[in-house]
Write a protein that binds this ligand. Sequence first.
Ligand code: M6R
Length: 596
Amino acid sequence: MSEIVGYIGKKNALPILIEKMKQMSFKEYDSSGILVLSDNKAILVKVVGRLENLEKKLKNKKIEGNIGLGHLRWASVGRVITKNAHPHFDCKKEIFLVHSGMIENHKELRRQLIKEGHILSSETDSELICHLIENYFQGNLEEAVKKTIQKIRGAYAFVVVSRKDPQKIVAVKFSSPLFFGKVKDGILIASDKSIFTKFKPIETKDGEIIVFRRDKFHILKERINFQSENLDKGIYPHFMLKEIFEEPEIIENVIRGRVILEKGMVKFGGLDALKEKLKKINNLILIGCGSSFYAAKFGEILLQEYAKINARSEIASEFRYLDPFLNKSTAVISISQSGESTDTLAVLKKMKEKGMMTIGITNVISSSQAKETDAGIYLRAGTEIAVASTKTFLSQLITLVMLTIYFGRQRSMDLKTSKRILQELIKTSNFIREILNRRSEIEKLAKKYQEFKNFYVLGMKYNFPIALEGALKLKEVSYLHAEGICGGELKHGPIALIDKNFLTIAICPSDSVYDKMKSNLQEIKKGNGLVIAIATQGNREIQKLADDVFYIPKTLEILTPILTVIPLQLLSYYFAVLLKREIDKPRNLVKSVIEK
Ligand code: M6R
């Protein structure tokens, strides 16, 4: 996360900004910049690298003015180059802005602004806000900001000034921290509350537009009613298919600005405030319902094995009625795409009452879960319309891999391991593109097996939660009876059902449990059962054990779920199409299970 600071008052802004930027400079950043306004003149200086570079560039320059903005950039959208450093400006260099967070719909906005004739000077999402403000500006900055925030989606805090509406600073935030408070002879606005040394700062609330003048401020409350997202199906017949096709880009969104590859580290802005406390946590409980619980299960396996932390997953709808023994040094990770599932919120409430630290993973920034938790990670998947979770589930998996590295690096995970996982994680978006390009293979499989009524989805270890998710998808959208089973359990009972009318979808990438999966397939064959295998490219042997094979690209064992889930999502979609189901709104289901 980048850090922002603004000053308006009687003093010269520059030394105050530099002092405050120094106080924040222990955090990760790659470039910095300042803007000082005096009379009608704007002086802008930006550099790549440490703050000392900025100071060097400012040396011997006479920069005076009582209004200023400062920024420490941690690149998310756009490379680490001077023109991408903040402050950013509009076409006429009249509006200047510093921003922290990420604008999710930046691609759509960039296209629109270029079409309208705006001249963009950087590769960032942040600059686009200046141009939107420029569009709406009619002499009053806060009025333009009011309209602008209806057009941007994401988590953000920004501070803006205009030469055409001088003597004021306007600030607003949505799900990113922003504080303001008095300093001697003026007002300071910043993303980091620790820089307010003398007076306790005020925390800005989501959607509050604050107008600062030299010695006073006023707040305009604005409901953010984001509407510009493209919520039609576009070229796709159903939202579910559209959302599956968005998955490669979502992986890129989830990773953007959060991976420090050379250090093998992951940075979650939302966890920054709890970083030190999290180092001391010994136990994690991951909670969720439905698909979100399966993601929690995947997280549990990963966190145990790679972060060496005592993690356990619990079904929230069950856990809320239990009274388990809980260790004090426990944090609860609540996973909910909507952030509104009653069962998940009920567990969260209970855990909070017991004094547990709570972290939320959600796709809805303004959700109840986001408000209830001590800290949060946002899924950045964009609105999911189809009732069946696809892209949000994938985003949960990616987030949990990254969270494992976050916790792992705080503990014993070495640089080589974390770097290797992150390098491979980055490749998964293209691997998914490859799988989606072969969707017709899945469509053919759905046609071939459309008469089947009963299914097992078999998986082991990291792919057991994916077997559960694959079976849930078949139930939800295709109304087919499917059970997710872990490979080793087959012979403990379920194999009794196997006959020529029973189809097993076996998730068997070439991994540490491949041999075990292979022997399961041999047993199914003995019982005349049919098998579709999801296997790793290059595995010819599997063709003798399965009736059909869908190949996925080779990746690290722990990342295979990110790939194996895609053919399962597509298969349930194509079955549903052939069976003429109500794909986006299956019978009896709702998107968020909320109890009144
Ligand atoms: O919004 P949540 O993630 O809390 O929802 C939990 C479940 O209701 C949800 O995952 C459900 O299982 C999905 N419809 C699965 O596709």
